[in-house]
Design a protein around this ligand. Structure first.
Ligand code: DX5
Ligand code: ZN
Length: 218
């Protein structure tokens, strides 16, 4: 078994039963809870915002991994840290002042990550790599849960792992979108440290067992 972190994505949960869904993750072997924020501008969908994060924060005992799919995320970084975010990922494609925003996250006391859409080259994070705790590679186009995994992600993970290792860094690589039992092991072998899984976990008959099986398979 590897020490890969599993981060169930709350986007796929039953929002009418959010407290129990968070408790399910608390009772599982998942180390993190992935929280997707969408603004209807950067991505063509709205998810939920700060009041829901504050509600999750009341019950969540896991690391809160907030993925901001919003334009100019710098406007809301303090609010999300105040709402319990431990990690904040901002998109390279959405921030005009990426260096400044990454440093703001760290000054606020959270861990900082840059997220890259499937089309964005890993070279775009290279100038900031030393400053990052994590790089989030999207393996679907962001905006919706339940999409099919984009196969070229494996190569991208491998390339990024080489870049991180060659600089002697311990930056985490997170993969997000369409992750399930059929691609998880190959992602870990390519160098991923954190796997986000939404529909694969929450749409299964027994999410706690699904998380345990996923971990055991790695
Ligand atoms: C997509 C989100 C993902 C999504 C993953 O925009 O960033 O985190 O919730 O869901 P699945 O695992 O169903 O692809
Ligand atoms: Zn996400």
């Amino acid at each position: 078994m590897s020490n890969t972190i599993i981060a169930p994505s709350i986007l796929a949960a039953d929002f009418a039963d959010l407290k129990n869904e968070v408790e399910m993750v608390n009772n599982s072997q998942a180390e993190w809870l992935h929280i997707d924020i969408m603004d209807g501008m950067f991505v063509p969908n709205l998810s939920f915002g700060l009041p829901v994060c504050q509600a999750i924060n009341k019950y969540c005992k896991k690391v809160q991994d907030v993925h901001l799919m919003i334009e100019e995320p710098g406007r809301y970084l303090k609010d999300f840290v105040d709402a319990g975010a431990d990690f904040i990922s901002i998109h390279a494609e959405a921030s005009r002042h990426l260096h400044k925003d990454i440093h703001t996250i760290k000054e606020l006391g959270a861990k900082a990550a840059i997220a890259l859409n499937p089309h964005s080259p890993i070279e775009s994070v290279e100038p900031l790599l030393e400053d990052l705790d994590m790089v989030l590679l999207m393996s679907v186009n962001p905006g919706f849960g339940g999409q099919s995994f984009i196969g070229s992600t494996f190569k991208k993970v491998e390339k990024l792992r080489k870049m991180i290792d060659s600089k002697g860094l311990d930056t985490l690589i997170e993969v997000d979108g369409g992750v399930k039992d059929s691609n998880a092991k190959q992602l870990v072998e390519a160098g991923a440290n954190v796997l986000v899984a939404g529909s694969f976990v929450f749409n299964s008959a027994d999410p706690i067992q699904t998380i345990a099986d996923l971990k055991a398979s790695l």
